[in-house]
Design a protein around this ligand. Structure first.
Ligand code: ZN
Length: 446
């Protein structure tokens, strides 16, 4: 039986090309990991994902625990088999979504247990007091306002509108954070759940991904120093408990466990967390608490601080990052795998990635396919793309589908966007192997 393994094959300065071995197959790194929140990468089949060249898929424990539940997934042979993907998978601990549940409620109603108004994210403050439904459909709101959600990890709002959210009870009671864990109510039906480090690992064992994450305390952004310091210390205590649970009697030796580094935008906390997590017996290291609303510079600072402290022989996963320019920057700083909802989220909101020449940092390498100017365009979404969408369809046709809200629009756009990011990452891998990373980066980010 294949177990977990990782090998760095080549380094071009700090950028690494490597190989992850898992029970469900090999992952060539650096590798972009599409997010299949509810055991599906939205609008794409497993066949599409194989055709696109995806090697690793990301699932969300929070969502899968609530529906269909770990037991169901286990009975169906585990996440990979359940979704007919049959390749390598990684799950998060569920913590991020539970904490973002608290954050979402903070945005809607002011303080929630564990969060003070001062620590509520600034984007959230702006919308406090708006009707529930406007915050409930952020994708529509994003599209209309042109302001994107600051988080590029799968949030609750990526999946549900919150129309059915239980609102009659005191919303304060929906999320309660204590030293032992987090008690919360399901955003689907109001049922009560309790995530502890042990419970998160137990659920992830049932889901059966190749790579699992320890349960961490994710403070919102911005949060003051004391708040983040407490969250880091708790994350470390929870890391020890997660590790013990993963190595305990229910141990499934086929699963590799990653520790998670926290620390917000505070240098000493990030360094302390990197040292602590690196010192434990984890198979890999994940960096959390980025792409939560901080600027790009802050995100890169975090990587600059923690990078040199990470063990070279262990794989590194960055949670929730995947814009075109970010991909170059994070790989340059030694990240091996990273997940992001952007390709499919953009697909659903009518944006398509375009490569250099048409795409640049200013337009964020994307076009808005809904614009009138594409109504009679015979161009493919991207002139340099070989994907199924680009080989067969015009911008005019996809513009028509999108404006008519036809389901095929979301499929074609999500297919292209995922292909685009997967193949960009593959090009970067080849460049690293040939010591040409910097020249490729220059070609793209002029
Ligand atoms: Zn394409």
């Amino acid at each position: 039986m294949t177990k977990f393994g990782f090998k760095v094959l080549h380094q071009d300065e700090n950028a690494r090309a490597g190989r992850l071995t898992t029970p469900h197959g090999v992952v060539n790194t650096p590798c972009f990991t599409p997010v299949g929140t509810q055991a599906t990468v939205k609008a794409l089949t497993a066949r599409d994902l194989k055709e696109i060249g995806v090697e690793l898929l990301f699932g969300n424990t929070y969502h899968l625990h609530l529906r269909p539940g770990g037991e169901v997934v286990k009975k169906m042979g585990g996440l990979s088999k359940f979704m007919s993907w049959n390749g390598p998978t990684i799950t998060d601990s569920g913590g991020f979504q539970v904490f973002s549940l608290a954050k979402t409620l903070g945005r809607l109603k002011g303080p929630v247990s564990g969060f003070s108004p001062a620590s509520a994210p600034s984007f959230a403050k702006a919308s406090v007091g708006k009707p529930f439904s406007s915050a409930a459909m952020p994708l529509v709101a994003e599209r209309q306002s042109g302001v994107e959600s600051p988080s590029t990890r799968a949030t609750l709002s990526d999946n549900e509108n919150f129309e059915s959210f239980p609102r009659s009870n005191s919303e304060k009671s929906l999320v309660k954070i204590t030293e032992n864990g987090v008690k919360f109510r399901s955003h689907l039906d109001g049922s009560l759940h309790y995530f502890t480090p042990e419970e998160s690992i137990k659920i992830q064992q049932k889901l059966g991904a190749d790579l699992i994450l320890c349960f961490d305390d994710c403070p919102p952004y911005p949060s003051d120093y004391t708040h983040v310091k407490n969250a880091v210390e708790r994350t470390h205590r929870w890391a020890l408990r997660s590790l013990k649970a993963a190595q305990g009697k229910h141990n499934n030796s086929r699963q590799a466990i990653y520790g998670v580094i926290q620390g917000g935008i505070y240098k000493d906390l990030r360094k302390e967390s990197a040292k602590f997590i690196s010192g434990l017996d984890f198979d890999g290291i994940a960096i959390g608490g980025v792409a939560v609303g901080e600027g790009k510079k802050e995100m890169l600072d975090v990587l600059n601080w923690v990078g040199p402290l990470l063990p070279k022989e262990k794989p590194r996963h960055l949670l929730g990052v995947g814009e075109v320019d970010d991909i170059f920057e994070i790989i340059e700083r030694g990240i091996d795998t990273f997940d992001c909802v952007i390709p499919t989220r953009l697909g659903r909101t009518g944006f398509a990635f375009v490569s250099s020449s048409e795409g640049n940092i200013k337009n964020r390498f994307r076009i808005d396919i809904g614009k009138t100017k594409w109504q009679t365009s015979k161009l493919p979404l991207d002139k340099n793309c070989d994907c199924y969408t680009c080989k067969n369809y015009t911008r005019a046709y996809i513009n028509h589908l999108f404006r008519s809200k036809e389901l095929l629009a979301y499929h074609l756009l999500s297919y292209h966007n995922t292909y685009f990011i997967i193949n960009l990452t593959k090009k970067i891998r080849e460049a690293i192997l040939e010591d040409k990373f910097q020249s490729l980066k220059k070609d793209w980010l002029v």
